[in-house]
Design a protein around this ligand. Sequence first.
Ligand SMILES: [Zn+2]
Length: 442
Amino acid sequence: MLLTGLILCDPETGPASVREGDLRISEGRIEALGDLRPRPGESVVSGEGLCCFPGLVVGHVHLCQTLFRNLAEGLPLLDWLRTRIWPLEAAHDPESLRISADLGLAELLRGGVTAFQSMETVHGTAEVFAAAEASGLKALIGNALMDSEDPSIPKDLRMERKRALEESEALRRAWHGKHGGRLRHAYAPRFLLSCTRPLLEEVAERSSLEGARIHTHGAEHPLEGEEVRKQYGKGAIRALEELGLLGPGTSIAHCVHLEEGERELLADRGCTILHCPTANLKLGSGIAGIAASRRAGIPVALGPDGAPCNNRLDPWMEMRQALLAASLRDGPGSLSPWDLLRMATSEAADALGFEGAGRLRPGAPADLCLVEFRDPFLGPGGDPAEKMICAGGRDLVRHVLVEGRFLLRDGRPLRGEGDPALLRDRAERALARLLGRAGFAR
Ligand SMILES: [Zn+2]
């Protein structure tokens, strides 16, 4: 297939390399870029007026929470979890989980996402894998591990260590590596306070034996930090290090409140930070020092976190938020739109193991996000990263392809459970039943 007349924007090579050109896809990969002529019989798609970015890679989301959007407002982290999110997650059944995931996946796709990492709830993660399978997106998914005796964890959400790890093992057997590696499993201990020490040590041991990835949260909020210090006598990152959980396959959401030396420790161990600026602002957690972390050599990926702490799953908005938050914290220009674009594409793809994705170059997977570039409100000036991150948004996303196949075409989803009217009706019914089970008013 040949896409013609595009503006090509590769985050790896930066603004100087932006140019008009065509892009040929063969066997799911980018074969060539430049001034290309159609081959006899080749299908040709006009990209006139479109800018081609690599597909976006989301580092941190909770698809199981999409149904809870707008239902957990005005609370700091621990109250948000204990009084709203955990009771709601505990009330999920397979039907509500599936629609929650379908809804989240449809929204990610609408924003130009081609790959993501999600931490799910304790039960029923097979439903989310099935939804990701149907969606066509690349997915790294983990069932949340929560075996702590903390009485604020609902009984139905807590799962003791042996059973929880058996659940992870069963998911790994069933899904890890399926569809040529499009679906993958990661161990996902929720955070230090929801897990016992033996569970965390076993996760460290298993992941090192199996070469498995670890996805967790850490150093998000000052009150969480105080509780971690009471239990471990140290900050979250040093506690994770003591438990053997830090390594190149580990990605940690937030890292807003790093103690002295913890940034260097993350850099030394090769860990990835999953930066969620909107969630950090909404829950009043703080603003992470991302410019300093990247200077220290730590890879950073971006994420919206779950819908109830954002309330959008919109990668373009998240890049803009990250830019503005960095400007407030470290000064204007401390992160550039190109930095953000790299964090949302090549840097995230490399850090999360989506091999070769996130760039426009021959041989890379043809995971692409094509956006409408004739919109007058983008402005005639500026380069593509500035235009889309600072002035544009997901409404401009026209086509999304994963490994050369259209998943979104002319703004419409082509597979999975993407029909918005159907999604809305299913979500309404499922949420009403879930709130009944949770004993919550709407
Ligand atoms: Zn999270």
